[in-house]
Design a protein around this ligand. Structure first.
Ligand SMILES: C[S@@+](CC[C@H](N)C(=O)[O-])C[C@H]1O[C@@H](n2cnc3c(N)ncnc32)[C@H](O)[C@@H]1O
Length: 298
C-alpha cells in the first residue's frame, strides 16, 4: 500500500487533491481523523452500468460496508458524513437496500442523525403505470458522535413575505409561548419573529439538477455539497468525496475556503478534475500575486 498522505493543516491555504482508484483501497492512504466532512453520491445500484461501474442492488450493502469502515476511520469524531442516495426500482417495487444500508451503518457504529431531502425541482418528465415522477433523493446524515460540528446560522434563509403578513396582526396567543396541543413538548412564541430577517431552513433542499457542461451523467448541483459544507464545516476544514465524479464537491469546498480530497475510479473524470484544479491554482496565484506597478523611471 502507498504511504499515507500528509493530512492538511487547518492553517494552510485551501487546496485540493484528486486520487484515482477504488475508494475502498485509496481511502487507506488517508490518515485517521483527517477530514471534517464527507459528502458523496456513490454509484447507484446498477443504475448507470454503462457509464460507470454499477453494483447489483442485492450486493449493495456488502459492497459499501468496507468503504464505510474506512470513512469512519478518516472522519474526525465531531465530523459528519452525508450520503446522497436513492433506492432504485426493481421488478416494479422499490428495493430495500438503502434501508438495509442505514441499519448496517448503525450496526457499524454510525449514528443516523438526520435525513435531508433533495427536492429536484426540474426532474425528468415521464409517466409510469404505478408511480409518479421521482422528484427527490435522500441525503442521509451520519455522525460518529452525538455532538458534532454544526453551524446552523450559516444556512439561514430570508424569512420572506409570509412573515411580514403573519406578524402584522398578532393574536394574544402569538404574544405568549404557545405550548404544543399534542403534548410533544414543543412550543412557540410567534412574537419572537418580529424584526428577524433570517430563519432556519427545513430539512428539504429545493434545488434544480444541473448535469449540463459537466461531462458527467450523474453530477449533483453544486448547491447541494455547498449547503452541507457551510452547515458542517468552517473555513480551513477538510472535505472528502470518495466518489467525486466531475468534482462538484471539490470545487464547492475550494470556493468556500475549505481543502478537499476527491477519489474516483474513472481515469477520465480524475484527469478532468485534476486539470480544473490546476487551472484554478493558476488563477488563484495570479489573483493573489500583489499587483506591481511600474515607477516613473522604470
Ligand atoms: C454518482 S457519481 C458521482 C457524481 C458526483 N457527485 C458529481 O457531482 O459529479 C459516482 C462516481 O463514483 C465513481 N465510482 C464508481 N465506483 C467507484 C469506486 N469503487 N471507487 C471510487 N469511485 C467509484 C464513478 O466513476 C462516478 O464518477
Amino acid at each position: 500500500m502507498n504511504a499515507r498522505l500528509k493530512p492538511y493543516e487547518a492553517t494552510q491555504t485551501p487546496d485540493a487533491r484528486v486520487l484515482r482508484g477504488d475508494a475502498r483501497t485509496v481511502l487507506g492512504r488517508l490518515a485517521d481523523d483527517s477530514v471534517n466532512l464527507i459528502v458523496t453520491s456513490p454509484p447507484y445500484a446498477d443504475q448507470r452500468k454503462h457509464t460507470y461501474g454499477g453494483v447489483a442492488p442485492d450486493d449493495y450493502v456488502a459492497w459499501f460496508l468496507p468503504i464505510a469502515t474506512e470513512l469512519k476511520r478518516v472522519l474526525q469524531p465531531d465530523g459528519s458524513f452525508v450520503l446522497n442516495i436513492k433506492e432504485r426500482v426493481v421488478d416494479g417495487e422499490r428495493h430495500t437496500y438503502v434501508m438495509e444500508l442505514i441499519c448496517a451503518l448503525r450496526a457499524q457504529g454510525w449514528r443516523w442523525t438526520e435525513e435531508y431531502i433533495w427536492h429536484k425541482k426540474n426532474c425528468y418528465p415521464g409517466r409510469w403505470p404505478n408511480r409518479f415522477r421521482d422528484a427527490w433523493e435522500r441525503c442521509l446524515h451520519f455522525t460518529r458522535e452525538k455532538h458534532f460540528k454544526m453551524y446552523q446560522d450559516a444556512v439561514r434563509v430570508p424569512t420572506g413575505d409570509w412573515a411580514k403578513s403573519r406578524l402584522r396582526n398578532l393574536s394574544d396567543t402569538d404574544r405568549r409561548r404557545d405550548e404544543s396541543h399534542v403534548g410533544s413538548g414543543f412550543g412557540k412564541k410567534i412574537e419572537n419573529w418580529i424584526g428577524r430577517d433570517l430563519a432556519y431552513p427545513t430539512n428539504v433542499l429545493h434545488l434544480a439538477t444541473e448535469c449540463g457542461n459537466r461531462n458527467h451523467s450523474a453530477a449533483f448541483p453544486r448547491a447541494l455539497p455547498e449547503w452541507f459544507i457551510k452547515l458542517f464545516t468552517e473555513p480551513g476544514d477538510v472535505v472528502l468525496d470518495p466518489f467525486v465524479g466531475s468534482g462538484t464537491t471539490l470545487f464547492a469546498a475550494l470556493e468556500l475556503g475549505r481543502s478537499a480530497i476527491g477519489i474516483d475510479l474513472d481515469p477520465d473524470y480524475v484527469a478532468r478534475v485534476q486539470t480544473a484544479i490546476d487551472e484554478l491554482g493558476i488563477q488563484r496565484r495570479l489573483l493573489e500575486e500583489p499587483a506591481r506597478y511600474a515607477t516613473a523611471d522604470e
